[in-house]
Write a protein that binds this ligand. Structure first.
Ligand SMILES: Cc1cc2nc3c(=O)[nH]c(=O)nc-3n(C[C@H](O)[C@H](O)[C@H](O)COP(=O)(O)O)c2cc1C
Length: 313
C-alpha cells in the first residue's frame, strides 16, 4: 500500500502536560489533522518520576541526569518501526541543564534507531536554561545519522529569580497557577497559544518536502529568543553540576542513603547559587558581554542554529 499523506511521528515526555500543550499548538494547523498522518507516542519511564517532587528525590536525580545514566523507559510500540516517517518531532525539557532522563534514555536506547537517516524537529519547553541540553540532543541526533531540521524553544519569560521561585513552587507543590505574590509558573499560556504560528511553515515543509529553509523561517518567527548572558550563566553552571554529580556518585547510585548528606549540601549550595551568586554572575556576564561582544554574538548565532560542533559549551 502506498502512503500518499506525509507521516509525522511525535515523540515526547511530559510530567505536567505542558510539553504536550506546546506540541499541540505547534501542530495545530488543521491540515495536520486532515492531510497528514500524525502518530503521537509518549516516552514512558518504567518507574514514573514523582510529580510533584519531594526535595530529596528531586536533588538526588541530578547526578544521573548530568552523567547521562538515566532510569530505564518502556520500549516504543513495535509497529512504529514498520512506518516511514517524513519527520520526527522530539518534544523534551531540560533537567539540570541536560535532556530529561526519559529523553536521554530514549536517545541512548536501541529504539533510537527510529531516528536513523530521518529528519528531526526538536521542540523544547524549559524554564530558560536549555542550551547545554540541546547540544547533547544534537550530538545524539547526529550519532543516529539523522538531520536536525529545526528547533523551537519555549521558555518562561519572567526574570531568572521569578521563574526560579515559581518553578520551585510548581515542582514541589504542583501549583502552576498564579498565587498572591507570584505569577503562574512555566511557559506563559499566551506563548503556548502563539506557538501555533510555527504550524504553517512546518506543514509547508512537510507537503513540499523542502526542509532547507525551515529553520530560518522558524527563526524569523522568533522560534528561539536567546539572551547572551544565559550562555555565560550555563557555561558556569554546567561546570559546577559536573563536579557535584561526580562527588555525589562517589557515595553510590540514585536513592542510596549514603549519598544523602552530599545531595543536601548540593541543594543548599544550589539555592545560594541561584539567589545570591546568579545576580552577581549576571553582572559579571554583562561586563564580559561588553568586552567580548563579537564572540558572544557569534555564540548566540551558533546556539540558535541547528548545526552541531562538539564542545561549544
Ligand atoms: C528535575 C528537573 C530539573 C529541571 N531543570 C531545568 C533546567 O536545567 N533548565 C530549565 O530551563 N528548566 C528546568 N526544569 C524545568 C523543565 O525543563 C520543564 O519546563 C518543566 O519541568 C515542565 O515540563 P513538563 O512538560 O515535563 O511538565 C527542570 C524541571 C525538573 C522537574
Amino acid at each position: 500500500m502506498t502512503q500518499d499523506k506525509p507521516r509525522v511521528l511525535v515523540l515526547y515526555f511530559t510530567q505536567s502536560g505542558q510539553l504536550k500543550d506546546i506540541l499541540d499548538s505547534v501542530l495545530s494547523d488543521t491540515r495536520f489533522a486532515t492531510d497528514t498522518i500524525v502518530d503521537w507516542v509518549a516516552i514512558t519511564p518504567e518507574k514514573p518520576f514523582p510529580f510533584p517532587w519531594t526535595p530529596d528525590v528531586f536533588f538526588d536525580t541530578m547526578p544521573e541526569t548530568v552523567e547521562h545514566l538515566p532510569s530505564p523507559i518502556k520500549p516504543l510500540p513495535k509497529h512504529l518501526f514498520q512506518n516511514t516517517y517524513d519527520l520526527i518531532v522530539l518534544g523534551y525539557q531540560p533537567w539540570f541543564l541536560n535532556p530529561s532522563q526519559p529523553i536521554t534514555a530514549f536517545l541512548q536506547s536501541d529504539d533510537a534507531r527510529i531516528l536513523k537517516g530521518n529528519r528531526v524537529l526538536t521542540v523544547i519547553g524549559s524554564r530558560n536554561m536549555w542550551l547545554h541540553a540541546q547540544e547533547k540532543v544534537k550530538a545524539y541526533i547526529q550519532a543516529q545519522g539523522a538531520t536536525l531540521v529545526g528547533n523551537i524553544c519555549l521558555f518562561d519569560r519572567h526574570t531568572n529569580i521569578i521563574s526560579t521561585l515559581t518553578v520551585i513552587r510548581w515542582t514541589f507543590t504542583g501549583q502552576k497557577e498564579a498565587g498572591r505574590w507570584l505569577p503562574a509558573a512555566g511557559v506563559q499560556d499566551e506563548d503556548i497559544k502563539a506557538a501555533s504560528r510555527f504550524s504553517t511553515p512546518l506543514f509547508d515543509s512537510l507537503s513540499t518536502l523542502q526542509w532547507d529553509a525551515l529553520h530560518e523561517q522558524l527563526l524569523r518567527n522568533d522560534a528561539i529568543i536567546l539572551n547572551p548572558g544565559l550562555i555565560l550563566l550555563e557555561q558556569r553552571a554546567i561546570k559546577n553540576f559536573r563536579f557535584w554529580s561526580k562527588y555525589i556518585r562517589e557515595k553510590g547510585e540514585a536513592g542510596n542513603p549514603a549519598r544523602r548528606p552530599r545531595v543536601r549540601l548540593f541543594k543548599r549550595l544550589l539555592i545560594v547559587g541561584i539567589f545570591i551568586l546568579s545576580p552577581i554572575s549576571a553582572i559579571s556576564a554583562f561586563i564580559k558581554l561588553q568586552l567580548h561582544k563579537k564572540k558572544l554574538l557569534k555564540d548566540v548565532a551558533y546556539f540558535k542554529d541547528v548545526n552541531y560542533e562538539a564542545g561549544r559549551i
